[in-house]
Design a protein around this ligand. Structure first.
Ligand SMILES: *Cc1c(COP(=O)(O)O)cnc(C)c1O
Length: 307
């Protein structure tokens, strides 16, 4: 594990033309299996599970969920069992169609149960969760994406690293799935004039996330923030030929691998905002690489609409 993860300066004539400086915070390098933001989201939850003497982590996700992959590995590493409640009951009968993510989770000891879409929708319903806790009294329940208060607190250390590595930053881009990572960064960023954190939603019509993001930020934040909702490219897990091209170009130019679900859309949003003049001259921009590289094994044309 490499902590602090590197803050890499990247340069391009385009950045000079707009007179901005750009860094990539390589949080994808923090852990080979519990990568990027998932490591921050899980660490205090793992402590809590152990403190409560739970023997099992139980959580929710879609077939391509980085959180499912990370939870399976984290449980194994901590000597805990893990259970994944997966969206899509049709998968139960066809293990040969399972994603790399699901196969990997099973290899790491996760027991999978498949829920119908109807039941999956109940994943945050208090009665449903109470039932589940009674069925699995030894399980520590983690919401979809691992997004809860302890997850948010896991981003304080990341923000501290960023403040130490680049105290003069003023613009930060991060991808948004549930928005917990975004909220954590906003909560822990230090006050400074003209600072703004941009969350780039990777799913369609993401405005519904705003109430939980506000709740997770909690205190009135010291920095400005906004969620950009026009960069989802058709929805969660969807990628266009233009994005595919940008991904290849960026990876070749800077030798930084991107994932197809989150970081590519964050990078695309940055380029577009820059070229629209939304990023003032002399800005010092940080692009947060949240990991997710296991998702590069994602097959094309899949129906993945769940985090
Ligand atoms: C899960 C994930 C996200 C989304 O994080 P949220 O806290 O749910 O917004 C972003 N990037 C990567 C690589 C992820 O795996």
């Amino acid at each position: 594990m490499e902590i602090p993860t590197p803050l890499m300066a990247i340069s391009d004539p385009l950045f000079d033309r707009y007179r901005v400086k750009v860094w990539v915070k390589r949080d994808d390098l923090n852990h080979p299996h519990i990568q990027g933001n998932k490591w921050h989201k899980l660490k205090f939850n793992l402590d809590a599970a152990k403190l409560q003497r739970k023997t099992t982590l139980l959580t929710f996700g879609g077939a391509y969920s980085n959180h499912i992959a990370a939870t399976a590995y984290a449980a194994k590493e901590a000597g805990l069992k893990s259970i994944g409640l997966i969206r899509g009951e049709e998968l139960a009968a066809s293990p040969h169609t399972w994603s790399h993510t699901l196969k990997q989770a099973v290899d790491n000891g996760m027991a999978l149960e498949f829920l119908t879409r109807q039941v999956y929708r109940l994943r945050d319903d208090p009665d449903f969760l109470l039932d589940l806790q009674q069925r699995y009294p030894d399980a520590y329940l983690l919401p979809e994406g691992g997004s809860n208060e302890l997850a948010i607190q896991g981003f304080e250390s990341l923000m501290t690293e960023i403040e130490q590595q680049c105290p003069q930053w003023d613009t930060l881009f991060t991808p948004v799935g549930t928005g917990a990572t975004f909220a954590g960064l906003v909560r822990y960023a230090l006050a400074r004039a003209n600072r703004k954190i941009n969350g780039v939603a990777v799913l369609k019509q993401a405005d519904y996330l705003l109430p939980s993001i506000r709740k997770w930020i909690g205190i009135p934040p010291a920095v400005a923030w906004q969620m950009l909702t026009d960069y989802h490219a058709g929805g969660y897990g969807k990628i266009t030929p233009e994005l595919q091209q940008l991904k290849q170009r960026f990876e070749a130019q800077f030798s930084i691998p991107l994932d197809p679900v989150y970081s590519i859309k964050m990078v695309a949003a940055f380029y577009d905002q820059l070229q629209r003049g939304e990023i003032p001259p002399h800005s010092k921009v940080i692009l947060l690489h949240t990991g997710g590289l296991q998702g590069n094994a994602l097959q094309q044309g899949t129906d993945s609409t769940t985090l």
